[in-house]
Write a protein that binds this ligand. Sequence first.
Ligand code: ATP
Ligand code: MG
Length: 254
Amino acid sequence: MSLIPKSHPRVKSLLIRKKLVDGFDNGLVAKEGLLAQGRGEAFDYLLGEKTGKTAKSAIKAAAAQLLLAKMPIISINGNVAALCPKQIILLSKQTKAKLEVNLFYANEKRKTAIIKTLKENGAKEILGTNKKSSTKLLGIDSARRIVDKNGIFAADVVVVPLEDGDRTIALKKAGKKIITFDLNPLSRTSQTANITIVDNITRAIDLLTIESKKLSKKNPKYLKKIVDDFNNKKNLNENVIQIKNNLSRRAKFA
Ligand code: ATP
Ligand code: MG
């Protein structure tokens, strides 16, 4: 029996890791997805495994941006489907954002498993499943540029959690406003997005849904001010300072 209490962030991290491993065993997660999780865990550890002030302000800006969107969409990959399928669907319902399955490592079998999981968790419409409505983004190689004409391609605001930098850059070039969840404040996705929530998606996603509900009563002018006042670069920089501070506080053996 472990001596660490169940509520300890370390134990929670191990439970999150188990979701990914189960997702891999169930055909949702690619091998590369396990490695991405490992990178995320390292940053989560350095950030103190909790939702910080910077994440909270990014969540508020993201909620306002989603409520202002004409056509918001959430891009789902294997890791997201394995980690928080129920929560992502709740967010989509609260913000009226569509869902699109969009895989970095395209694989029909995995896509089918992800769609099945989303449906089991209450998703009604899932885009990215019909080859006839697929189209291409400019600026990235063939397998990764496929998107749905009625989904990401047409959207004005795109939530791309745990996304690769190449695709985020291509989406930005296509004129989309990008919201991401990414534990690494230095990744290309974090640096390219308009709003980066530097937190574990499993902790932050419900907070975004709650904030979206709270702000849904506010008028567009109020929401726009929240978005305009948010400075992503400054926020990312504060995350890096936080990591530095945590490191110097903990590395007392030096
Ligand atoms: P980039 O391509 O943006 O430069 P990368 O190549 O380092 O980043 P990818 O594997 O392409 O990394 O993207 C996955 C990102 O998701 C990583 O930055 C990783 O830290 C982050 N990540 C992994 N797991 C989680 C999680 N549970 N919550 C939030 N972020 C996560
Ligand atoms: Mg990458």
